[in-house]
Ligand binder design. Structure first.
Ligand code: PLP
Length: 286
């Protein structure tokens, strides 16, 4: 495997950043994850746009232009002979002596990227079974709209879910509404057939898969409601699923051990999974 570190391609097991890179001490960095299908970057522009926004919110300079960055990612895909998988990109504020306040303008952002193979057939199989989710209080900070590597609350939630045999955690706000998953957006299909997901705000990461799926759903004339929903509403829903770049759409079949609908992946979820895939692949950047 080959990784990218600040303009250079290096063997993955020798790839390293400095111990005083601010991502290490302060999680002062943002990241993006692209799905890769047949060597192409899925939702490429959406992820670059969100990267620029995340960097802007933290006042980290865009290290190089979008085109140069995309070129580096394609080179990474080529060098890893990656067909299906994920590309991870991280930009930190750079290396500086430890001090909470930003370093001076001479400190340049540090860019790293890795590529990972994903067994697409295994993912399809998982989607045929669906996943279990566990609900728990959302303990994250107030700027979940920024895709930072400060993921400790997400890590703890995912681990707690895993320890109960679930594959994802659904985080709930103080009023009992689901914000999102620990690494995904949360969706339900109401008994009336309406597609529901929480509106984008500081409380969630506005998923690129989420946004693409909204336009796919609207293109198909589906009833779409952008509003918060509670765990009780999700338990009474006909279908539920999550979205993210790594699994696209993944059906949710149980919540806290209780079945959603008939306890099997829903038909609309399955239909949307195919529709999303077709649309993302058609729009992919090669
Ligand atoms: N919400 C959180 C907290 C995430 O970490 C992710 C992605 O990993 C998402 C939502 C989904 O975002 P995307 O569809 O852009 O992958």
């Amino acid at each position: 495997r080959i990784a990218y570190v600040d303009g250079r391609f290096v063997p993955h097991n020798a790839a390293a950043i400095h111990i005083e890179d601010r991502s290490v001490q302060f999680a002062d960095a943002v990241y993006e994850v692209w799905g890769v299908k047949d060597g192409a970057l899925l939702d490429s522009d959406g992820h670059f746009t969100r990267l620029e926004r995340s960097l802007g919110e933290l006042k980290i300079a865009m290290p190089v232009g979008r085109e140069a960055l995309a070129e580096a990612l394609f080179e990474l895909i080529r060098r890893n002979r990656l067909r299906n998988g994920l590309v991870y990109l991280q930009v930190s504020r750079g290396k500086a002596r430890r001090d909470h306040a930003f370093p001076g303008p001479d400190v340049k952002p540090c860019v790293i990227a890795t590529a990972k193979r994903v067994d697409f057939a295994a993912l399809v199989k998982k989607a045929e079974t669906g996943i279990a989710v566990k609900t728990m209080p959302d303990q994250r900070w107030a700027r979940c709209d920024i895709k930072t590597v400060s993921l400790l609350a997400n890590v703890l939630a995912k681990q707690a879910a895993k320890e109960t045999g679930a594959q994802e955690a659904w985080l709930t706000d103080r009023d009992g509404f689901v914000t999102e998953g620990s690494s995904s957006n949360a969706w339900i299909v109401t008994p009336e057939g309406a597609l529901v997901t929480r509106p984008a705000s500081n409380a969630i990461l506005n998923g690129i898969t989420r946004r693409t799926l909204i336009s796919v759903a609207q293109g198909r004339g589906l009833t779409f409601e952008e509003r918060p929903f509670t765990v009780d509403e999700a338990l009474a829903a006909r279908e539920a699923f999550i979205t993210n770049a790594s699994s696209m759409l993944m059906p949710v079949v149980t919540i806290d051990g209780q079945p959603v609908g008939n306890g099997h992946p829903g038909s609309l979820t399955t239909e949307l999974r195919t529709a999303y895939q077709d649309s993302a692949v058609a729009a992919a950047h090669k």
